[in-house]
Design a protein around this ligand. Structure first.
Ligand code: SF4
Length: 66
C-alpha cells in the first residue's frame, strides 16, 4: 500500500505555496501550466501534511494505492 499526495487541479489557484514548503514534492509544469506531484518512492508525511495545512484552496490530499 502506497500513500501519495494528490492535487485537485480544479481547485488549485497556482499560488505555488506548496513548492515553497516542499520543492522536492511539488512542481509546476510549464508545458501544461499545471501543478504536479513529483514521482517519488515515498513521501515524507510531515512535509506533505505541512503543504496540505497551508494550501489556501484545500486542494492537496493523501491518496492510497492498494
Ligand atoms: S498550495 Fe494549493 S493552491 Fe497553491 S499551488 Fe499548491 S496545490 Fe495549488
Amino acid at each position: 500500500m502506497k500513500q501519495y499526495p494528490s492535487i485537485d487541479l480544479g481547485l488549485c489557484s497556482d499560488c505555488r505555496g506548496c513548492i515553497e514548503i516542499a520543492p522536492g514534492i511539488f512542481k509546476h509544469n510549464p508545458a501544461t501550466g499545471l501543478m504536479e506531484v513529483i514521482e517519488l518512492a515515498e513521501y515524507p508525511d510531515a512535509l506533505v501534511d505541512e503543504a496540505i495545512k497551508n494550501c489556501p484552496e484545500d486542494c492537496i490530499f493523501w491518496e492510497t494505492d492498494e
